[in-house]
Design a binder for this molecule. Structure first.
Ligand SMILES: [Zn+2]
Length: 597
């Protein structure tokens, strides 16, 4: 039904809705009176909500990091007032304060946040700086996620800078606007006296805010980070940001990254920029997180935005969102000239081996790894390698296979790059994320092939892959150099703790698994020889063969026991890949398209 009257009603409703929304004003002020004790004081002023009560909520998770972190556990001193008068409130959920406003026009909410967890996804404050990871700092009134807000930061004395991708308000120091809460929650702020430098690439101004110092060379970084930006933009044909902010936290040992719409937070080590490996490792992280501004932030699974900040947000597509980002960081490094084709192939061979050598890759599919990220990937235990597979590494492997399949099918005219670009444009047009079926359908459209069997085997299934065929498309010979070697293998990981040696993992179907060695067993000796830190190395010493029985003496629950363990053959593969000297013209065309250099 679609008549004139209903259109008028609809327009009326829409305009009423918009008016109601635009009358609501939300302003935050964040200051630091005790940064040395890791506290921020937050004031939230709300006007225009005339209701019996308002539920004030704090997100339970940070998008991009699929774990319920319960940020409200760090909140204290919650207070609600109107024009100086205290308002009644009650806690109605772990992350919800119900404030009874009795029609109050102005609501003032005050609270403190304890921020003492160093990571790219959690807020951290000390006497040197404040990293405001927004989902752990800012609350929102329920039902008003679409409302705009302003944020004013009052830096602690001696701090002179705020770095964020939020738009500054002209004429007001350290004041920014966010058009809605999705953007506020996606825009971290770094406050302190960080080292800030800029470069322009792909027509976009990029700001780099370095906290913590390090042996980096700014001029070199400007040139090399720009190359990464150009490569990533090249895939998609357009860069949707006007400006972009890199917040880099340099620690003694730091790492990891978290993507945002127009910024990213990167973890690095003070001294990592000095070595070639460390420097390239940093650029790889830049390539990964930068690519996310398309892949997952805009070209995104339908479940990932607008977000539910109260609950887990389930998707089966993190193998694309994260796995393809891991795959493309290698492509960007190659195409920007930081790695050679041999290094590129070597990296991919390493990713394949890591999947194949994880027993859980035979138990859990890429789609389920993604879906269960909240309870498995982000909450690993001693048995995780036996029961699950990372959607990063499995996704990277699927990316390699899909890319080669498309290039081969189109005789070197199309690649996965074309799928990524087309899906980005489709999401932009539809103003929503993609479904798994839509992604598959685009792969089929661009390749001209059915990918139903591919999805069944590699995305939703755990079937073995014929790597020789896929790499053969590009004239690359691959072989498992461990094939037929029959190296004796116990199947444990171990670690030394306070002078004692403990088993930390047992590999599924290994000798240790079959004959009953357990995680947390203290290994005393093997065949009477005192245990060393690597129990695995001890078991496989020269002279032992597959089928030999070893006596493992261990202490479990205070009791010393002997276990006879029959050594099995090491099942782990190691892939060697080499460019074939006798590649055909078609293979050469596939390789050229694939490498893009
Ligand atoms: Zn990522």
């Amino acid at each position: 039904m679609f008549n004139k009257k209903s259109i008028i009603t609809l327009v009326l409703l829409l305009s009423l809705g918009m008016t109601a929304r635009s009358q609501v004003k939300i302003g935050f002020e964040v200051c630091f009176t005790e940064p040395q004790a890791h506290y921020a004081e937050v004031e939230m002023n709300i006007s225009g909500i005339n209701k019996e009560y308002v539920d004030i909520k704090m997100p339970v998770w940070a998008p991009g990091s699929y774990l319920v972190r319960e940020f409200s556990k760090f909140v204290e001193g919650f207070k609600a007032t109107t024009q100086g008068k205290a308002l009644r409130f009650e806690k109605v959920r772990k992350n919800t304060w119900r404030v009874y406003g009795s029609g109050a026009k102005q609501l003032k909410i005050n609270y403190r946040v304890y921020a003492n967890e160093v990571s790219v996804r959690t807020a951290f404050i000390d006497n040197t700086h404040a990293f405001l990871s927004p989902t752990g700092i800012f609350m929102y009134p329920e039902g008003y996620l679409k409302s705009p807000s302003t944020v004013t930061v009052i830096p602690f004395k001696g701090w002179s800078k705020v770095s964020t991708s939020l738009e500054p308000v002209t004429g007001q120091a350290f004041t920014y606007t966010a058009p809605d809460f999705d953007i506020l929650f996606d825009s971290p702020l770094e406050v302190g006296d960080q080292d800030v430098f800029e470069f322009t690439a792909a027509g976009v101004r990029h700001e780099v805010a370095m906290y913590g110092g390090g042996n980096y060379d700014k001029e070199r970084l400007k040139v090399d980070m720009a190359k990464v930006v150009e490569q990533a933009t090249g895939i998609y044909g357009e860069n949707p940001n006007k400006h972009y902010t890199f917040i880099v936290h340099n620690f003694e040992r730091g790492g990891g990254g978290l993507e945002h719409l127009s910024s990213t937070v990167l973890g690095a080590s003070h001294n990592q920029y000095g070595s070639e490996a460390g420097y390239n490792g940093f650029l790889e992280l830049v390539a990964h997180e930068y690519h996310h501004l398309w892949n997952v932030k805009r070209l995104r699974p339908v479940a990932l935005g607008p977000f539910d900040y109260d609950n887990e947000n389930y998707t089966t597509n993190l193998w694309i969102a994260e796995g393809y980002t891991a795959y493309y960081e290698n492509k960007f490094m190659l195409r920007a000239g930081f790695t050679t084709p041999e290094e590129f192939i070597g990296k991919l061979a390493g990713a394949i081996a890591s999947v194949e050598n994880t027993p859980g890759s035979r138990e859990q599919s890429a789609a389920m790894s993604s879906y269960d990220a909240w309870i498995k990937y982000y909450r690993p235990n001693e048995n995780s390698n036996n029961t699950g597979i990372s959607y990063y590494s499995k996704g990277e492997v699927i990316g390699i296979l899909m890319d080669l399949e498309i290039i081969h099918a189109t005789k070197g005219t199309k690649s996965l790059d074309d799928v990524m670009k087309a899906m980005y444009l489709q999401c932009k047009t539809l103003k929503r994320g993609y479904t798994d079926a839509e992604f598959k359908s685009m792969v089929e459209k661009i390749s001209g092939l059915s990918f139903t069997a591919f999805w069944d085997k590699y995305v939703n299934g755990t079937q073995p892959v014929d790597y020789k065929t896929y790499f053969g498309y590009a004239g690359i010979d691959v072989k498992n150099v461990n094939e037929g070697q029959r190296v004796p293998y116990l199947g444990v990981a171990s670690a030394k703790k306070e002078g004692k040696i403990y088993i930390t993992a047992v590999s599924r179907n290994s000798a240790a698994w079959v004959d009953g060695l357990n995680v947390n067993d203290e290994v005393v000796s093997i065949d009477g020889v005192p245990a060393e830190a690597s129990v695995e190395k001890m078991a496989a010493v020269t002279g032992r063969k597959v089928g030999d029985i070893i006596k493992v003496t261990l202490i479990r629950d205070g009791v010393t026991r002997d276990f006879n363990v029959t050594l099995k053959a090491n099942p782990n593969i190691a892939l060697a890949a080499a460019f074939s000297p006798v590649a055909s013209d078609v293979q050469k065309a596939v390789l050229k398209k694939w490498l893009g250099v």
